[in-house]
Design a protein around this ligand. Structure first.
Ligand code: PRP
Length: 183
């Protein structure tokens, strides 16, 4: 049964599975070389569900790591600055091909900042993969290397995405009823 705060399902469990399978195929193809050392970098917390599903579908060796950054405030708008709350500590970064895994790109600030940050830290390569992209919300120019699906400017929750830390465990991506966040 649909959660009472969900207006409608935007992307069903089955559709998500297909999108993640397609992304995993592309990534597996691109990182299949002997010289590659793929490290999936989960940007906590929103990407945790997507990352877990994506890594299971890869057919190439993979390592994982995590960072936590903050972009949004408690509400629906991005706050403007990026804070690193959990940093990546890897002395072997120059041998790593980092693929940053995000649940959603909105303004583009988080991924634009993180890409530059990890390149500056010395990663051998840095690419980006997002499940969802809201291109209409960009404030900085940014194009990810892998995109699951582009979505309209709706407030989405579920499959890792939250509103005020709720709804992350929903297995689908839903649109939140406006009355929930305009209270
Ligand atoms: C969200 C999302 C991205 C970022 C995208 O994270 O997971 O990291 O915002 O927004 P941007 O393109 O405008 O930078 P959030 O800060 O909500 O944290 P969470 O993943 O812990 O929910």
């Amino acid at each position: 049964m649909l959660n009472k705060d969900v207006e409608k399902v935007l992307i069903s469990e089955e559709e998500i599975d297909k999108i993640v399978t397609d992304l995993a195929e592309q990534i597996s193809r691109d990182y299949s070389g002997e010289d590659k050392r793929l490290v999936l970098l989960c940007i906590l917390k929103g990407s945790i569900v997507f990352m877990g599903d994506l890594m299971k579908k890869l057919t190439v060796p993979v390592e994982i790591d995590c960072m936590r950054v903050s972009s949004y405030g408690a509400g629906t708008e991005s706050s403007g600055s990026i804070n690193i709350m959990l940093d990546l500590v890897r002395p072997d970064l120059p041998e790593c091909d980092i693929l940053i895994v995000e649940d959603i790109i909105d303004s583009g600030r988080t991924l634009s900042y993180l890409t530059g940050y990890l390149e500056h830290k010395g990663a051998r390569s840095v690419k980006t993969c997002t499940l969802l992209d809201k291109p209409s919300r960009r404030t900085v120019e940014f194009t990810p290397d892998y995109t699951g699906v582009m979505i309209p400017d709706e407030f989405v929750i579920g499959y890792g995405l939250d509103y005020a830390e709720k709804y992350r465990a929903l297995p689908y991506i839903g649109i939140l009823k406006p009355e929930v966040y305009s209270k």
